[in-house]
Design a protein around this ligand. Sequence first.
Ligand code: ADP
Ligand code: MG
Length: 701
Amino acid sequence: MRPAELNRYFADLTSLPGVGPKTAALLQKVAGPRIIDLLLTGPTGLIDRSYRPKVGEAILGRVATVTVTVTAHTPPPTGRRLIPYRILTADDTGYLTLVFFRAKREWLETRYPVGTSLTVSGTIDDYGGARQMTHPDYMLRPDHDETLPEVEPVYPLTAGLTLPTYRRAVAAALRRVAPLAEWRAPPLEGDGAPPLPDWADAVRTLHAPQSERDLSPSSPARRRLAADELLSNQLALSLIRHRRQQIAGRALPGDPTLMEGGRAALPFRLTAAQDQALAEIVADMQSPARMVRLLQGDVGSGKTMVAFFALLQAIGSGVQGALMAPTEILALQHEETLRPLCDRLGLSLVTLLGRDKGPERAAKRRGVAEGYVPLVIGTHALLSEDVVFRDLGLIVVDEQHRFGVTQRLSLQEKGRRADILVMTATPIPRSLALTTYGDMSVSQIREKPPGRKPVATRALPTTRLDEVMSAIGRAAARGDQIYWVCPLVEENDQLALTSVTERAASLADATGLDIAAVHGRMSPQEKDAVVARFARGDADVLVATTVIEVGVNTPNATIMVIEHAERFGLAQLHQLRGRVGRGDKPSSCLLLYSTGDGEQLGKTAKARLNTLRETEDGFVIAEADLALRGPGDALGTAQSGQARFRFGDLSAHKDVLEWAHQEAADIVRHDPYLDTKRGAALRTLLYLFGQDEAARRLRSG
Ligand code: ADP
Ligand code: MG
């Protein structure tokens, strides 16, 4: 249960004085539904009204506060609604026209009669040689001058929501803020650094920036809130991890003979990196605690092989193993890889897909339920489709970069006592690994199997499309295959992007090659059929949009063309490139970029393409990606399941994150159920930052 003292923060926005349902709905759009959301949505800018020039000296286009006297009123001619109402004013240096569209004439006339002295604040512009201010933000009599704020915060708005309304709501919300028991100890700041404010002060200061510096992530208020937010994130993950360790898993001792047999069945030896990762996994599986481990490694680094041996470890212990892929085609591809190995080892393997029907499906499921099928391959739906296992001991989840903590928790619950191995081909920088997968142990494969040739990577402007087309024609003539990737076309996308179907048609026209195309409007079955045709070698070119669609292993594909490469994230580009260079032929990746109307390629885009040309190390690329794009994009999309922060900035707050990580580990070591006085304060923190899941689970189970 959420502590009662927090109710004031979790009340609906309508409970604020002056905020009705209409305003609340608008505020909800930009901040969120509850008071806490408003409080924790910081201003994005500020308006400085302290610039007080004379009218004649005012810098045009800048917000200024001037004191003037009303000299005349010029209302628009009757019936001419489009002509504004003007109030002419002046000081001893010049004239300033105040402009009002659709004004209430009587109101202006009675309120600001000729001769009135006024302090007005707003942007001064030039209109046909005359200085004017359209709809001043403030018009005060000089005796009310002190009510003019020197600096005002600016918030993100939406249609129908004005800044004054927003600020009034924030002010009302701030009146609810009361001190909370401090959860932070020891202080984060090093010697000599100014102490950070407490939570309540930090929230107040957040909404009262005095200068640009106060808006930066390094301002004391924002650092404090970032520390709170990152601590809540790290604490939640540590608690989840701790709780999992409390639930009995079981020891899977494995069968050395089966493992040896597996190695003997391979046409190659595992690399040192694979052996190391496998050793870490096997150690986890052999221990009675439950394994939840992340296996990271670039596309083609040999994760699937490592997973296979983990599955053998389970099978050798007399329990079943399941391997889950994100799409049916990838599940089938895994089957194709593992079937010969299983045959050699005399292990029975089934692949369960949604498309299986009738008696065949029933027979497969019976085999799994009765336990004489030890190895099951399927899609992520495997566990939700109420497939019954006799005794599931290991779940391997492949390519799960769309998996968040919550999904992991549900998997963990459905899998009963099974160990979990999550494989991701997205190398993740430490900061992201900590915040997104902090509840898991991590193994990395940083070395590729021997014999891989580097992929020659070139960036070319779209204007050289013809050259690219003839190059792929030549490659196809040699018997090579080509991937051609177009960016996803989102609805309402103003940019003229080449869609998959158009490109497939123009490629067919220009090259006469056999083109296969997959696009978003196809059903999963249709997509799979097309991809399978390409994988069989029955098409020369596969035109597609996403990583998953080209996720199949086609060693014969030697060229990857990426159109509008400037629109993809680094990590995505790297993933795509990883689809070629898998065979023994030299391969290349062509990054086609478009510079719009003859403009220069943006700085970031250029840096991104350069990084890609310079290295093939996914971890180096991931760090660069994070630095270039900010954490929001580093995994490609918003649905990547990664933690999102209001204040935590993984480049500006690296030190804060490390602190939070240590601190969380420490807390869980000493107070795993948050029973102490400080523990109670920390529960509050978890709720404040939306980690209810972790807080609720403290007692249950
Ligand atoms: P990932 O799952 O990381 O993308 P895979 O396990 O699919 O990588 O391996 C990619 C390719 O490399 C496969 O064709 C696989 O057979 C091969 N491979 C894996 N491990 C090795 C190894 N140690 N030596 C040589 N080839 C390997
Ligand atoms: Mg794989």
